[in-house]
Write a protein that binds this ligand. Structure first.
Ligand code: PHE
Length: 364
């Protein structure tokens, strides 16, 4: 009969010599497989006398258990080693700069990028961001803004209307972001200081008009807000947007039913030698409408105009983007031409210049 102790020593030595998992599996089959050496011994138990089996049974089964255990231990050792090797060979240096192509894929369209830049500047001045729906009711787009039925200002807006419902009410595509003034004041408590960027729609199309365009509305309501605040906010905003130290504005009297007094704001520019330069020269260019909120508008949202007052403005995002980046046809914004986007679009990693100034410790 095979000497159990010798067999055990042989198998244990083989296990210790095994160089890999495949090797180990061969040893396992040779010992514990169907035709393995230990399995053969187990089969001999059947032919033994009861007394002999009582002695040999535990010995052979004990050997089987010991070998099974030794194989498992060695196996675990192999997988730990394999893991350690993988960890060493697969290290990634996360501090390496990303591949230039990867960070350069795709371009941000100038409009959302500029809206983000503008919002950043206003946020820095303490303005929150409000939103309202593109599809509006007549009430929010006109009536609540002191533009009653049959007011000539309604005709000036070239409104897109939906089909009237059973009661004859027509929804419309908002013609300006001013309805967000009403919605936000209705749902909150004064003081207010917010901007509302968004899409606006008018039935109009040429080099400087598209049926869909973008505005940023601004509103500040408090107890002592006056025109000087409005002028400072606009000067500061426009200087920061055009990345200039300061900006000369011209405020011209104008008319909007929801502000009194109302003004249009021009920025200083030069068209000398066929190039447009902002912030210098003797020309002026209109960029936004604004004014002190009309007392009737305050009453319409339940505010007492004896107590509360403030300013509102509405600026054309597309127009200001064209001026800053020298884009001369507004319609190009909506052509979805990849070549145009590659030229005028922004890198996905672009950072607003104000953010960069703040990071540099400059503040503003
Ligand atoms: N809503 C006006 C427009 O679209 C702009 C504006 C907003 C004017 C707020 C004054 C105050 O033309």
């Amino acid at each position: 009969m095979t000497d159990l102790a010798t067999l055990e020593t042989d198998i244990q030595a083989a296990i210790a010599r095994a160089e890999n998992i495949g090797h180990l599996e061969e040893i396992r089959i040779a010992a514990l497989g169907k035709k393995g050496s230990i399995s053969a011994l187990l089969k001999t138990l059947g032919q033994m006398s009861n007394e002999e089996r009582l002695i040999q049974g535990p010995l052979i089964n004990g050997l089987k258990d010991k070998i099974t255990q030794a194989i498992e231990t060695r196996k675990a050792q192999f997988s730990r080693e394999a893991m350690r090797e993988r960890l060493i060979s697969e290290t990634i240096d996360v501090t390496l700069p990303s591949l230039p192509q990867a960070s350069n894929q795709g371009r941000m369209h100038p409009i959302p990028q500029v809206i983000e830049d503008m919002s950043f500047i206003f946020a820095d001045m303490g303005f929150a961001i409000a939103e309202g729906p593109d599809i509006e009711t007549d009430f929010y787009n006109f009536t609540a803004l002191n533009i009653p039925e049959a007011h000539p200002a309604r005709q000036m807006h070239d409104t897109f209307y939906f089909e009237p419902d059973d009661k004859g009410n027509r929804l419309l595509l908002r013609t300006h972001t001013s309805p967000v003034q009403i919605r936000t004041m209705e749902n909150g408590k004064p003081p207010f200081r917010f901007i509302a960027p968004g899409r606006t729609y008018r039935c109009d199309s040429d080099r400087t008009h598209t049926p869909m365009f973008h505005q940023i509305e601004g509103l500040a309501i408090d107890k002592h807000i006056h025109l000087g605040h409005l002028k400072w906010v606009l000067e500061t905003f426009l200087a920061r947007f055009f990345e200039l130290d300061n900006m000369s504005l011209r405020l011209r009297p104008s008319y909007f039913p929801f502000t009194e007094p109302s003004m249009e704001v021009d920025i200083q520019c030069s068209r000398a030698h066929g190039t447009l330069q902002i912030g210098k020269g003797t020309d002026w260019m209109e960029v936004l409408g604004c004014g002190m909120v009309h007392p009737q508008v305050l009453k319409n949202v339940g505010l007492d105009p004896e107590l509360w007052q403030g300013f509102a403005f509405g600026l054309g995002v597309d127009r200001l983007t064209m001026l800053k980046y020298g884009i001369d046809d507004l319609r190009a914004f909506f052509d979805a031409d990849l070549r145009w986007l590659k030229h005028y679009g922004f890198s996905p990693l672009y950072m607003p210049h104000l953010a960069k100034a703040n990071l540099a410790g400059g503040g503003a």
